[in-house]
Design a protein around this ligand. Structure first.
Ligand code: SF4
Ligand code: SF4
Length: 374
């Protein structure tokens, strides 16, 4: 009997014949569109799929992808990265964070630079490792620079609750968890931005449920289709959006129904609600201050809050991006990475000038690796 391999599960979602079949269906239906259709994929995971599988090349001329702000690394403003560097430089601190955050340049340094200079900075596979790190280093203070959209927030909440339960006193949290709907509203209000429909994030929606997108069809008549990450998922979602457009509908639909419900993961939502609350405002790199677009720890957890405990070490002034970097314009969907003067020249994944080039989910990085530049 054949053993089930991982690729048996995803092969169907990458099947070239199915992708081409969907492309033909989209092309046929797109003839009935009255105007060009600009579809924003909010999530960097989708940008990665679109570029890796060349899906943009399979679309008819009257459909265009617009790359959105959906990568927590790309949207982190420099002053918050500076905070991470400042925290890492406090004697006796172990600074922990996730993935590519280590490489993103702040105003003067990056966590990778500070690590090379000997600071104890660790990239985690899972935030759950924090409890073990704190317990095995009782003489140190462990600070978690927490990043991510609604996807990773429940893990941070779970660690906070566990730290309380197990009496861990040397673990602190610098919370940078951001929310997906607020920047979508800002983009819809921007008169320059050309967005006629959204492809909704997959992982975020597993937690939040598809209900968070319901204001978009209601308020702006803009369809939202929550999509899985595989190429067949994305093409299927585009076909669903085109169908809505030609039928004159604007609705929230879930293509990724194998994992996303309307209500989402209610237990995870409750855990977030218990530990965190919405901030007044948070600065998004490239977009600016957005009200109620991020989370902070609730006052009951002040003893764990790195922003309160280490307040004297942290700077707060907003810092502008590198003069040549147009990450902000790209994040708004107003330009493509290759329109940046330094794209692929001074700015590459090994020498990133802006955050869109650092993260594998950043638009510039995806264009560099899969757009025939590298
Ligand atoms: S963190 Fe989530 S929403 Fe952001 S780019 Fe990755 S998968 Fe998409
Ligand atoms: S190529 Fe580099 S400098 Fe230009 S927008 Fe992208 S990240 Fe910024």
């Amino acid at each position: 009997m054949k053993t089930l391999q991982l690729r048996d599960l995803y092969d169907r979602f990458r099947d070239p014949a199915t992708i081409k079949g969907l492309a033909a269906l989209i092309a046929e239906d797109a003839k009935r569109l009255r105007e060009p259709l600009h579809i924003m994929e909010v999530c960097g995971g989708h940008t990665h799929t679109i570029m890796k599988y060349g899906l943009n090349q399979l679309l008819p001329e009257n459909i265009e992808f617009v790359h959105g702000p959906g990568c927590p690394v790309c949207i982190m403003p420099k002053e918050r990265i500076d905070n991470a560097v400042e925290l890492a430089n406090i004697d006796g601190v172990i600074l922990c964070t996730l993935g590519d955050m280590i490489r993103v340049p702040g105003s003067g340094s990056s966590l990778a630079n500070e690590r090379a200079k000997g600071r104890d900075i660790r990239s985690l596979y899972s935030p759950l490792d924090l409890i073990e790190i704190a317990k095995s280093n009782p003489e140190k203070r462990v600070v978690y620079f927490a990043i991510g959209f609604e996807t990773t927030t429940p893990m941070t909440a779970a660690v906070i609750k566990r730290a309380v339960k197990e009496g861990v006193k040397n673990l602190f949290f610098h919370i940078n968890h951001v929310l997906v709907p607020p920047p979508m509203h800002i983009l819809m209000a921007d008169e320059e931005a050309k967005i006629d429909a959204f492809i909704g994030p997959a992982h975020v929606s597993v937690i939040t449920g598809s209900k968070i997108y319901e204001p978009f069809p209601e308020k702006y008549s803009t369809p939202v289709v929550v999509s899985g990450f595989e190429p067949v998922d994305v093409m299927h979602s585009i076909a669903m959006i085109v169908k809505q457009k030609i039928e004159g509908r604007a609705e929230v639909e879930v293509q990724y129904s194998r994992s996303v419900s309307r209500e989402g993961n209610v237990a995870a939502q409750r855990m977030i609600e218990e530990t965190m609350e919405v901030r007044e405002s948070f600065r998004w790199r490239g977009i600016g201050d957005i009200e109620k677009s991020a989370l902070r720890l609730r006052d009951e957890y002040r003893d764990f809050d790195a922003e309160a405990v280490f307040a004297d070490y942290l700077s707060h002034e907003p810092i502008d991006d590198h003069k040549l970097c147009i990450c902000g314009t790209i994040l708004k969907g107003l330009a493509k990475p290759y329109e940046c003067r330094v794209f692929g020249k001074a700015c590459t994944p090994n020498t990133p000038l802006g955050s869109c080039m650092v993260s594998s989910e950043g638009a510039c990085n995806a264009y560099y690796r899969f757009g025939g530049v590298s």
